[in-house]
Design a binder for this molecule. Structure first.
Ligand code: 5AD
Ligand code: SF4
Length: 433
C-alpha cells in the first residue's frame, strides 16, 4: 500500500515537472512516506525525519514533506517536534499534494489530516514505478475490522471500495503502459464491494482477467474470515490469477484470536486452508504472525507453533507484538515481557525458516513458470522474475525477456531466491531441453 502511494506521489510530482533526485541532498522536495503499523517502522520514520534537519540547514529552500501513517497519526505534532518539516500529509492527502506544495512555497507550514475518501485523478504512471512489468493497483482504502492490535483503521479510515469502472480503467492503463502483472491492493480485498461497491471481488477479478496483454494477477491482503468459496473457485478456474495467497492468521490460539478480534477460530482457518488445497493442491500459502500479544501464555504460543506445522506455510512474516496508539490491545493489562517475546519470535522464525528451506529445496530439478521482471541485481546477462508462488528466480538471459513468461529449470535454492536456467519461452521457441 505504501509503495503504491509512493508511486502516486512520484507520478504526481513528475506531472508538475519534478524529476527524481539521486539523493536527499540533490532534492528540492523530500517526501518521506511512513508506516506505523508496528513500533519499529515508526521509530525508523522518526529517526529518518530527524536526520533531515541537516538538509534544511544546508539547503534552506528545500521542502520536507512527511506523508503516510505517521503523518496521519501525529498530525501537527510533527510540525511542533521538527521545525524543518514543512508539510504533514495524512493518508488521504495525496490528491491535495500539488495545491498544498503551492501554499508551502509561499512560506506556510501545514498539516493536512482530513479523511476525504477521494481517490483523486492522479494515478501512478510509469514514473517512480518500482517495476514497470509488475504494478500495484489499489482497489480499496481503509479497514473496518478493528483487530484489537492494529492502528490501520485509525490512520487510514473506514473501508471504501473504489468504483469498479475506475479500477478497470486504471488496470487497462497500466497494461497499455507495459504492465504484465497487476497486484491488487487493499487491507481486506476479500470484502471488496460488499459495503459500498457495485460488484464483488471475484467478479472484479474476472473482469480484470479479461484485459488483453495481462499475464498475471495477484492480490493482497486477504482476511481469512472473508475468504469465500466463490473466490476460491474463481482462482482455481483462472489461468491468470496466481495460485498464491497471503492469508495472515496472526495466532494459532483461539484465546488469542478472540482477544485480537479476528473473527475466526483456529478451526475456521484450518477449514479454509483445506478448501483452498482441495481446489488448488499446488497453491502457495503465506502468512503473518504476531507473538507476545497481551495475555499470550506458553500454551497459546505452542498452539501457534502447532498451527504453523500443520498448515506448512511456504513462508511467513512474524512480529513481536507492540502497542499502537488508539488500539484496544494497548489498553490491555498482562503485557508479555520483552525477553519472552524475543524468545518466542526466535523459536517461531526458526520453524518458519526450516519449513521454507524444505519448500525451496524441493523445487530443485523442477521447471517453474517465471514472469520476467527485469535485469537481476547481478547485472547484465542475468535476469530476474517471480514464479507463480512469488519466489524470486534468477537466471542467465537477455533484457528483451522482460515482461515475458518463461520456463526456468531450478538448479539451486538459495535462502532468498532460486537460481536456474531458462528452458522455454512463452512464444514457444524452445531454448534447450
Ligand atoms: N504489533 C505487532 N505486529 C503487528 N501487526 C499489525 N499490528 C501489529 C502490532 N501492533 C502485524 C500483523 C499484520 C502485519 C502487517 O503487521 O501481523 O498482519
Ligand atoms: Fe489491521 Fe485487522 Fe484491518 Fe488488517 S484486517 S488492516 S490487521 S484491522
Amino acid at each position: 500500500m505504501n509503495e503504491y502511494d509512493s508511486e502516486r506521489v512520484a507520478s504526481l510530482l513528475a506531472s508538475r515537472g519534478f524529476v527524481p533526485a539521486s539523493s536527499e541532498m540533490d532534492a528540492d522536495v523530500v517526501f518521506v512516506n511512513t508506516c506505523t503499523v508496528r513500533a519499529k517502522p515508526q521509530h525508523k520514520a522518526y529517526s529518518f525525519v530527524g536526520r533531515l534537519k541537516w538538509l534544511k540547514r544546508a539547503k534552506p529552500h528545500a521542502r520536507v514533506v512527511v506523508g503516510g501513517c505517521l503523518a496521519q497519526q501525529e498530525g501537527k505534532k510533527l510540525l511542533e517536534r521538527f521545525d524543518h518539516v514543512d508539510l504533514v500529509l495524512g493518508t488521504h492527502g495525496i490528491p491535495r499534494l500539488a495545491g498544498l506544495l503551492d501554499e508551502v512555497a509561499l512560506g506556510q507550514r501545514l498539516a493536512f489530516t482530513e479523511f476525504t475518501y477521494e481517490f483523486g485523478e492522479h494515478l501512478p504512471g510509469p514514473q517512480g514505478a518500482a517495476n514497470p512489468v509488475s504494478r500495484f493497483l489499489t482497489i480499496m482504502q481503509g479497514c473496518d475490522n478493528f483487530c484489537s492490535y492494529c492502528v490501520v483503521p485509525h490512520v487510514r479510515g473506514r473501508e471504501i471500495s473504489r468504483p469498479s469502472g475506475d479500477v478497470l480503467a486504471e488496470a487497462r492503463g497500466l497494461v497499455a503502459g507495459g504492465a504484465r502483472e497487476l497486484i491488487l491492493l487493499g487491507q481486506n480485498v476479500n470484502s471488496y464491494g460488499l459495503k459500498n461497491g457495485d460488484i464483488t471481488f471475484p467478479v472484479l477479478l474476472g473482469m480484470i482477467s479479461g484485459i488483453e496483454g495481462l499475464l498475471r494477477i495477484r492480490f493482497t491482503t486477504s482476511h481469512p474470515k472473508d475468504l469465500s468459496g466463490e473466490l476460491m473457485e474463481t482462482m482455481a478456474e483462472s489461468d491468470k490469477i496466481a495460485r498464491q495467497i497471503h492469508l495472515p492468521v496472526q495466532s494459532g490460539s483461539d484465546n488469542v484470536l478472540g482477544m485480537m478480534n479476528r473473527g475466526y477460530t483456529r478451526d475456521d482457518y484450518l477449514r479454509k486452508i483445506e478448501m483452498l488445497r482441495q481446489k488448488m493442491p499446488d497453491i502457495a500459502i503465506t502468512t503473518d504472525l504476531i507473538v507476545g500479544f497481551p495475555g499470550e501464555t506458553e500454551e497459546d504460543f505452542a498452539d501457534t507453533l502447532s498451527l504453523v506445522e500443520e498448515v506448512n506455510f511456504l513462508s511467513g512474516f512474524s512480529f513481536k507484538y507492540s502497542d499502537r496508539p488508539f488500539t484496544a490491545a494497548a489498553r490491555l493489562k498482562d503485557k508479555v515481557p520483552e525477553k519472552v517475546k524475543s524468545r518466542r519470535l526466535a523459536e517461531l522464525q526458526e520453524l518458519l525458516k526450516t519449513r521454507n528451506t524444505a519448500h525451496q529445496v524441493r523445487l530443485v530439478g523442477e521447471a517453474v513458470e517465471v514472469l520476467v521482471t527485469g535485469e537481476s541485481r547481478l547485472g547484465k546477462g542475468q535476469m530476474s522474475g517471480r514464479c507463480e508462488d512469488f519466489r524470486v528466480v534468477n537466471f542467465p538471459g537477455e533484457d528483451h525477456l522482460a515482461g515475458q513468461l518463461v520456463e526456468v529449470m531450478v538448479e539451486e535454492a538459495l535462502p532468498n531466491c532460486l537460481r536456474g536456467r531458462m528452458i522455454f519461452r512463452a512464444d514457444s521457441l524452445e531454448i534447450s531441453s
